[in-house]
Design a binder for this molecule. Structure first.
Ligand code: ATP
Length: 454
């Protein structure tokens, strides 16, 4: 984990929040590369789960909601963790995460457990009293439930269908930590998939399989993923069954996503508390029915961590260490780096800049000439850039000697370090195939002559 946090800071993926003031515990800021990585993850999720599916629509509900929402959902009453204090060192812990009866830090005696509500409270408007108390949402899900009827009435969706949303949630966690894994402010990618009562078990299985496959589609190794069923005692108050997608993080197997069968609990609770009907009309049975909700709930920040950890590799190449992030091309923050082989030759620099300018209209790309080519390649490997384009003497020719260039550049692929020689005029076509259409490197690369690896 330390290697990942160092890389994140050094290369601009993730910084400590408010670092110049000593930092704010468990809050993190995404730097120039981190913001691209996280956006690519949330966009892939949105594209695959919302845009590409006929049975899904999206939503973006407000973080601040009517306080009754949290009474109805059970969060005011029950969204708590058992908290214990160490009588000696005064540190606080979650009782359910301790392995023994003593303080894990100093071995001191612990207090009795008491329930601690994880919701952040604040006030709305100028008066700070109970009537104006509101909460920062601890999950995005409730925004979906309270809009169920709005979406149904406005979108002509028919059961089974789902509503997805991506947004920030806040939990005053007792023991945050492990870098991006557990923070007090985080982003969720949540779906509530509404089905007929009775079809819920089948849809739960389908979503478990779908979500388990999704992480592998973007490169996470199968051996580091598992599905774990919650046992009865572990189930949340609203859930009939829950399975977690777990990843083998550096600190051990931990939840990446929870897939719960929330039954009709939330819609019924909101209907009861608000007095508004939250049902759909079952055409076959000619009656109003409260649907069941299957909830795949993933964390964007935990996903960033899992994708980074999984992609991180150290290799030895010709006696030297090479650090690389084998990120899926869709997730990589930079898609293409354009590099001049010689900085001293103006024509090479000019051509490289022109090519980068053209490619940047479609793909996130950079130009870099601040080191020798070997260093430049390693820098890009370390942040997961899948392709480098190198402009050299052959590309531009030598005017003094009366030699015209061949107008070809070298493309280098990150993982294999294979290189091919491609006409400049075909770069857009090649990158469209590789980056937009997802055609494998082996297929595209085979069309062009190979040069030595580097
Ligand atoms: P945990 O048991 O780890 O506290 P949870 O079971 O309470 O998590 P859920 O309520 O199921 O978590 O939330 C769904 C997803 O939201 C989690 O799988 C995780 O990816 C993400 N998530 C929840 N809490 C946090 C947090 N404090 N920091 C980062 N991500 C979180």
């Amino acid at each position: 984990m330390e290697k990942i946090t160092n890389l994140c800071k050094r290369r601009g993926f993730v910084f400590q929040s408010s670092e110049i003031y000593g930092g704010l515990a468990s809050c993190w800021d995404y730097g120039p590369l981190g913001v691209e990585l996280k956006r690519n993850i949330t966009e892939a999720w949105w594209r695959d789960n919302i845009v590409a599916r006929e049975d899904m629509v999206g939503l973006d509900s407000a973080i601040l909601m009517h306080p009754k929402v949290w009474e109805a959902s059970g969060h005011v009453e029950g969204f708590t963790d058992p908290l214990v204090d160490c009588k000696s060192c005064k540190q606080r812990f979650r009782a359910d995460q301790l392995s023994g009866p003593k303080c894990p830090e100093c071995g001191g005696e612990l207090t009795e457990a008491r329930q601690f509500n994880l919701m952040f409270r604040t006030f709305m408007g100028p008066v700070e009293d109970t009537a104006s108390t509101i909460y920062l949402r601890p999950e995005t899900a409730q925004g979906i439930f309270v809009n169920f009827q709005n979406v149904l009435n406005s979108s002509r969706m028919k059961i089974p269908f789902g509503i997805g949303q991506i947004g920030k949630s806040f939990r005053n966690e007792i023991t945050p930590g492990n870098f991006l894994f557990r923070t007090r402010e985080f982003e969720q990618m949540e779906i509530e998939f509404f089905v007929k009562p009775g079809d819920d078990a089948e849809w739960h299985e389908r979503w478990k399989a779908e979500r388990f496959a999704w992480y592998q589609r973007y490169g996470i190794r199968r051996a580091r993923l598992r599905l774990r069923e919650h046992d009865k005692e572990e189930l949340a108050h609203y859930a009939k069954r829950t399975a977690d997608v777990e990843y083998e993080f550096p600190m051990g197997w931990s939840e990446l996503e929870g897939i719960a069968n929330r039954t009709d609990f939330d819609l019924k609770q909101h209907a009861k508390t608000s007095g508004k009907a939250l049902t759909y009309f079952d055409e076959e049975r000619k009656t109003h029915v409260v649907p069941y909700a299957i909830e795949p709930s993933a964390g964007a920040d935990r996903s960033v961590l899992a994708f980074l950890v999984d992609a991180y590799r150290e290799e030895e190449v010709r006696g030297e260490k090479r650090v690389l992030l084998r990120l899926h091309a869709d997730l990589a923050p930079i898609k293409i780096a354009v590099l001049p082989l010689l900085k001293k030759r103006d024509e090479i620099v000019a051509r490289a800049r022109e090519i980068q300018g053209r490619l940047a209209r479609r793909w996130v790309s950079v130009y870099d000439d601040t080191a020798a080519i070997g260093r430049l390649y390693r820098r890009q490997d370390e942040v997961g850039t899948p392709y480098c384009v190198t402009v050299d003497v052959q590309t531009v020719g030598d005017r003094e000697r009366g030699e015209t260039g061949d107008a070809k550049v070298t493309i280098r692929e990150r993982d294999s370090m294979d290189q091919i020689r491609v006409p400049v005029a075909e770069l857009e076509t090649v990158f469209r195939e590789l980056l937009t259409d997802g055609i494998p490197w082996s297929t595209v690369g085979a069309r062009y002559p190979a040069t030595t690896k580097s």
